[in-house]
Design a protein around this ligand. Structure first.
Ligand SMILES: [Zn+2]
Length: 290
């Protein structure tokens, strides 16, 4: 049995669990110093040694991106013995060459969030973690080889800009992010990736492109439709097909992960602080409680 991994997904992935397309048992919320996490689900043996967590809760988007308790969720996964996290999310495309429904194994990030708790190390004198590579190189390879062996359409890199939300971006903001070099825009990877690293967990992201960001393609405003017309019927069908692949991608990654227990750079991200005696062996004592 390989290292335990977790899938952090959105409401579309959770729907697959709810409908029984993915077999999982609800273990419930985990108490943490930051409050209760979202509930954890133990996935069936066909998914290896894996748990699932829906970052937005169990009722659609009952917890929207700016209000997710990211610290509680990541702390809870660490408490469950998870050492590798695969994030599954559906951002918009800024890069006009991206296709709706295409998968992207992101390789860099721009943080444009404003009001989120982004560290476990408030006033602890530790936590100056280098951010290159941002995403775990081992898990990224695993994700890429899994998508490749399933013959799915994917890009092996892409820069993700994370906005605060829940509102979508203005056309001028998207122009700015394009100048920054961003390919994708979403609201969820920050601070997840940074928090995971602070607790020496591997974290990689598989995105599926959900829509084009504002101003990338010409879409009239349509009240009552998804994103007020930013996504059309064809986009929605392509997204549906991408999400439909989630269970088989998950199985593939689980199988590949089972045979790959090599130690990764992420598991020693706090080594400098340990060597200096700033922190001890038990990660529970590293973090600030509040
Ligand atoms: Zn790693």
């Amino acid at each position: 049995m390989g290292l335990k991994f977790a899938v952090l997904g959105g409401s579309q992935a959770y729907d697959l669990l709810k409908s029984g397309d993915i077999n999982g048992e609800r273990l419930g919320e985990i108490k943490t110093p930051y409050g209760d996490s979202q509930p954890v689900f133990q996935l069936g043996a066909e998914y290896g040694n894996a748990v699932f967590m829906s970052r937005h809760g169990e009722k659609g988007y009952s917890t929207t991106a700016p209000f997710v308790n990211y610290r509680a969720n990541i702390y809870a996964l660490k408490e469950q013995g998870v050492s590798r996290i695969i994030s599954w999310s559906g951002p918009g495309a800024i890069n006009p060459e991206y296709r709706i429904g295409q998968f992207v194994v992101t390789d860099d990030i721009i943080d444009e969030t404003r009001r989120r708790e982004t560290t476990f190390y408030k006033n602890r004198g530790v936590g100056f973690v280098r951010q290159s590579p941002v995403f775990c190189p081992t898990l990224r390879e695993l994700a890429k080889s899994s998508l490749n062996s399933l013959s799915l359409d994917f890009l092996d890199k892409g820069t993700y800009v994370c906005t605060e939300g829940p509102r979508l971006e203005t056309p001028a903001e998207i122009k700015k992010f394009a100048i920054y070099g961003a390919d994708l825009v979403g609201m969820t990877l920050v601070p997840e990736v940074f928090l995971a690293k602070e607790l020496e967990m591997c974290y990689a992201s598989i995105c599926y492109v959900t829509n084009y960001a504002e101003g990338i393609v010409d879409r009239p405003f349509k009240p009552g439709e998804l994103f007020e017309g930013l996504a059309d019927d064809e986009d929605r069908e392509n997204v549906r097909k991408a999400v439909f692949n989630f269970p088989q991608i998950l199985k593939k990654i689980a199988n590949e992960a089972a045979g790959n227990n090599e130690p990764c750079v992420c598991q020693s991200l706090m080594a400098r602080h340990k060597n200096r005696g700033d922190i001890g062996a038990d990660w529970h004592d590293w973090v600030s409680h509040g």
